[in-house]
Design a protein around this ligand. Structure first.
Ligand SMILES: NC(=O)c1ccc[n+]([C@@H]2O[C@H](COP(=O)([O-])OP(=O)(O)OC[C@H]3O[C@@H](n4cnc5c(N)ncnc54)[C@H](O)[C@@H]3O)[C@@H](O)[C@H]2O)c1
Ligand SMILES: O=P(O)(O)OC[C@H](O)CO
Length: 376
């Protein structure tokens, strides 16, 4: 996409697929930013409520939606004439949803993932599923992530996000339309770090919920958040993400929001587990998508493939499997293994290791030059 193509139409026509809490809230963000939005809902009665009453009372009670949003349950009609397509369905159903639209999605327009999960079975990130099923150039794909609890944004509380694409112009075009008086989108080109930040913070938020449900206090939670960020960063860096992305909105920012809020479905699911409910009971009681529950297994498989140790995520999976008592989770969470005291590896330490490595290689080069000078 050329620089000129990054310019966006004055009143873009945008389609959002998925009328759950996030798809509906993001439609409001886009409409309040000046777009005309068509929202696709699976259920015709929900599409009718959004279209006629400008409400989505199941997912966003008490929120009035802008007039610039319309809705339909007809996916072909929803995609007709779209200039941008945003996708916000549960991660595990993305492939099946995309298969319906592969032939009808307009060519050459940006496609943006709003989702925070990894596909079970393939371990693919959502942008990778978009790329492989739709068979589109990755420069057309973007992801949006950050500390974005839907209901707070729907109530117009000031919030920031990050839009990432391998193509900066695509990210900029998307960020431009996803910005309004209460929502600000920044950009980056680290899609891997941005997506994994959103996936991994869900797992850490489940852990926080578990210890909350058990009745542990702030020290435990702060320990998990801090060690959790190290796990998130190790994992993302092993897959090619940039450590600084994990210190930003899509990493630390989202981790704080999700771990601290009772609005978070991942945090809520964890709390129920910590209170002694079984995984099956928790899944049954959740009305909305808690992505962390489905992402634990593929994340641990990906971690094992790169030799990344993720003690917090591993223990979340043991609680889900019923093989670890939730009250036993915290002592393990704060130790990486039982081989004795270890240095606290933080992001700064990682950066310092980078600096130390650079200093060592400069010294080596300098020594070689000096020794060569002596031997001649
Ligand atoms: N809710 C938030 O605060 C929030 C914020 C940022 C990102 N996200 C991410 O957005 C994505 C969507 O989350 P959400 O909160 O809108 O979820 P949700 O459960 O509120 O809504 C999911 C929507 O997808 C639709 N859907 C389409 N195909 C489906 C299928 N086969 N099975 C089930 N549902 C199907 C549902 O009908 C529903 O409208 C998730 O990946 C989530 O992590 C959510
Ligand atoms: O409700 P959760 O746990 O899915 O979290 C929602 C968003 O991802 C927060 O940024």
């Amino acid at each position: 996409m050329s620089r000129a193509a990054a310019r966006v139409p004055v009143r873009p026509r945008v389609t959002v697929l998925g009328a759950g809490s996030w798809g509906t809230t993001f439609s409001k963000v886009l409409a309040d930013g000046g777009s005309d939005v068509t929202l696709w809902a699976r259920r015709p009665e929900l599409a009718k409520e959004i279209r006629e009453a400008k409400r989505n009372s199941d997912y966003l009670p008490g929120v009035n939606l802008p007039l610039a949003i319309t809705a339909t349950a007809d996916i072909t009609a929803a995609l007709k004439d779209a200039q941008f397509v945003f996708v916000s369905v549960p991660s595990q159903s993305l492939r099946q949803n995309l298969e319906q639209i592969r032939e009808i999605i307009p060519a050459d327009i940006p496609v943006i993932s709003l989702m925070k999960g990894v596909e079970k079975g393939t371990g693919l990130r959502m942008s990778e599923v978009l790329e492989s099923v739709l068979e589109i150039d990755r420069n057309r794909i973007a992801v949006a992530s950050g500390p974005n609890l839907a209901l707070e944004i729907a109530k117009e509380q000031p919030t920031a996000a990050v839009v990432s694409s391998t193509n900066l112009e695509t990210a900029e075009a998307v960020a431009k339309i996803a910005t309004n008086r209460y929502f600000r989108s920044f950009v980056n080109t680290d899609v891997i770090g941005t997506e994994f930040g959103g996936v991994l913070k869900n797992l850490i938020a489940v852990a926080i919920g578990i210890v909350d449900g058990v009745g542990y206090g702030e020290n435990t939670k702060a320990s998990i958040i801090t060690r959790g960020l190290v796990e998130m960063t190790d994992f993302a860096v092993a897959y090619g993400g940039h450590p600084e992305t994990l210190s930003g909105l899509a990493g630390l920012g989202d981790l704080i929001a999700t771990s601290g809020s009772s609005l978070s479905r991942n945090n809520t699911a964890g709390r129920l587990l910590g209170q002694g409910y079984s995984f099956a009971d928790v899944v049954k009681s959740m009305q909305q998508t808690a992505e962390g529950l489905a992402s634990v297994a593929p994340v641990l498989e990906l971690a094992a493939a790169k030799g990344v140790d993720m003690p917090i995520c591993r223990q979340v999976s043991e609680v889900l499997a019923g093989t670890l008592d939730p009250k036993d989770i915290a002592p393990h969470l704060t130790t990486d293994d039982d081989s004795g005291p270890q240095g606290e590896r933080t992001l700064d330490a990682r950066q310092d290791h980078g600096g130390a490595a650079l200093r060592r290689s400069l010294k080596r080069a300098f020594d070689q030059l000096r020794n060569r000078g002596r031997s001649s």
